[in-house]
Design a protein around this ligand. Structure first.
Ligand code: ATP
Length: 300
């Protein structure tokens, strides 16, 4: 797949604060690319750099091979921070303002409303919209003029369960319906895992890892273990040559030194024979969440 966007050694500091540090990523064309990290990891700063809204201190960004210039990247639609919509106007009227500014025909309004599944709803005033409808309207606006890349900053933040399902469906259909490449920032790894084809994880402005979703999830297996005495159990397992790290919900994530899942029976025997009350033992399903925490531990 050719690249829609490439950054090379991208660096941005605010005073002494390193927001983005030597970040090199490659977003394949027509991918749904998750840009993931905790609050303050540098996601929004990177997206603003990609959009040409901030100037990097160092490094380059290329969009379909062309350098992104300060003042705005062409062919990129974006939804960053809360969308500015006029509440007293209908959804359609809100779209029409931008459509006219861009010199696009009225048919373009229907096209983008159909894409976000808001044709009927857009006849109402935006003041009465749910947050999910507002988000979809803002995405419709960002899709005016058929951008080749669409950047969404935390698109499911604050949405109710129904809004999240709608947003997921919308994100999934855009690459095929429009040929769009999507870059989605999020700190909700479990949510993002359901829609992305590729992902990058960042921490303190630096890249932890980047790959296709299947490659990221094909990582080493592990066991999830819970006992009544987690610290003692961790020490016992480490003493037996295993790697035992804090996992979800106070449980231990256990793997062999070679990085594979240990035999459950041998772990159970080891713990029970040492008198540790075993409460839970299961193979851990690979997930972005687990991978992220493992990478953080390695980076520490
Ligand atoms: P969040 O999800 O909380 O927005 P983020 O991953 O998007 O987090 P950024 O907003 O990019 O992170 O911030 C990265 C770091 O840069 C943070 O430590 C933040 O405080 C700092 N930062 C961001 N913008 C500015 C600014 N304009 N001036 C000073 N520091 C900033």
């Amino acid at each position: 797949m050719s690249a829609a966007l490439i950054t090379e050694l991208l660096t941005k500091r605010f005073g002494r604060q390193r927001a983005v540090e030597n970040l090199s990523i490659r977003v394949p064309e027509r991918s749904i690319y998750g840009f993931l990290g905790a609050n303050g990891a540098g996601k929004t700063t990177t997206l603003r750099l990609m959009l040409g809204l901030l100037r990097p201190d160092r490094g380059t960004i290329r969009l379909f091979g062309q350098p992104v210039r300060r003042g705005g990247a062409r062919g990129v639609g974006a939804l960053i921070e809360a969308p500015s919509l006029y509440p007293h106007l209908t959804g359609r009227e809100n779209l029409a303002i931008t459509r006219r500014l861009l010199g696009l025909p009225p048919t373009e309004t229907d096209r983008v409303l159909d894409l976000v599944d808001l044709r009927a709803g857009a006849l109402r005033r935006v003041g009465g919209f749910s947050l999910g409808m507002r988000q979809r309207l803002a995405i419709a606006r960002a899709l005016l003029g058929r951008p080749r890349v669409l950047i969404l900053d935390e698109p499911t933040n604050g949405l109710d369960p129904e809004g999240i399902v709608d947003m997921r469906a919308l994100i999934r259909r855009l690459p095929d319906a429009e040929g769009t490449t999507l870059i989605i920032s999020s700190h909700l790894l479990g949510e993002v895992e359901q829609v992305v084809t590729h992902a990058a994880m960042i921490h303190r402005g630096r890249l932890l890892m980047e790959d296709s979703l299947p490659a990221l999830l094909s990582g080493p297996g592990s066991l999830e273990v819970e006992t009544a005495v987690p610290a003692a159990s961790a020490a016992l397992l480490v003493g037996a040559g295993l790697i035992a790290e804090p996992g979800r919900a106070g449980r231990l994530s256990v793997r062999t030194a070679a990085g594979s899942a240990p035999e459950p029976q041998s772990i159970a025997r080891l713990l029970v024979e040492a008198g540790h009350e075993l409460r839970h033992l299961a193979r851990e399903k690979p997930s972005l969440e687990r991978l992220y925490h493992r990478q953080l531990a390695l980076a520490a």
